[in-house]
Design a protein around this ligand. Structure first.
Ligand code: IMP
Ligand code: MG
Length: 179
């Protein structure tokens, strides 16, 4: 079991599994034949996934533009609260095919909020992509169009995801053991 910052990390999804799934997802997305796609990465958690996904999309024949949006969805601790835009995208999404990328779909509050925001700004289509789906935690009626992996109801770190700003650099997704 890897040890990072003196903590044991149980690997849930290895770097190899993630890489393979990433390519599959990009091939699926490319099949939908999106014209002039705009990838919007929801910061910070999805930046590693989005960085790999845009390169897989390139290999699958797409040429996406890339944007970032930062949403605060947490009050204190790890309970989800009302989403708020902390840093907005710079592009006009009118008439665009948006590919919204997040790390985890949990309650659904974050992706529902950003999806509705992009529709209200005139996006012609918004496809939802999430690396992990924590279905058991859903509070909103929302499903992703593309899901990397079903995620157990555990707090995960790595591959862009953090706990208290730590562990984003891990090349795999795991759970801190003994917390
Ligand atoms: P939602 O609005 O409840 O769907 O929240 C999803 C967001 O919460 C994701 O974009 C993540 O940033 C964060 N999140 C949810 N679960 C975890 C986790 O297990 N580890 C790290 N971040 C998480
Ligand atoms: Mg997030």
């Amino acid at each position: 079991m890897p040890v990072v910052r003196d903590k044991k990390i149980e690997v849930l999804f290895s770097a190899e599994q993630i890489e393979r799934r990433n390519r599959e997802l990009a091939e699926e997305i490319a099949l939908s034949d999106l014209d002039n796609p705009l990838v919007i990465s929801v910061l910070k958690g999805s930046f590693v996934f989005a960085a790999d996904l845009i390169r897989s999309l390139h290999r699958a024949g797409l040429s996406p533009e890339v944007e970032f949006i930062s949403i605060s969805s947490y009050g204190s601790g790890t309970e989800a609260g009302e989403p708020k835009v902390l840093r907005d995208i710079e592009s006009d999404v009118t008439g665009r095919n948006v590919i919204l990328v997040d790390d985890i779909l949990e309650s659904g509050g974050t992706l529902e909020y950003v999806r509705d925001l992009m529709h209200s700004r005139g996006a012609s289509n918004v496809a939802l992509v999430t690396l992990l789906d924590k279905r058991s935690r859903r509070k909103k009626e929302i499903e992703a169009d593309y899901v990397g992996f079903e995620c157990p109801d555990k707090f995960v770190v790595g591959y862009g995801m953090d706990v208290a700003h730590a562990f984003r650099e891990l090349p795999f997704v795991g759970v801190v053991v003994g917390e």
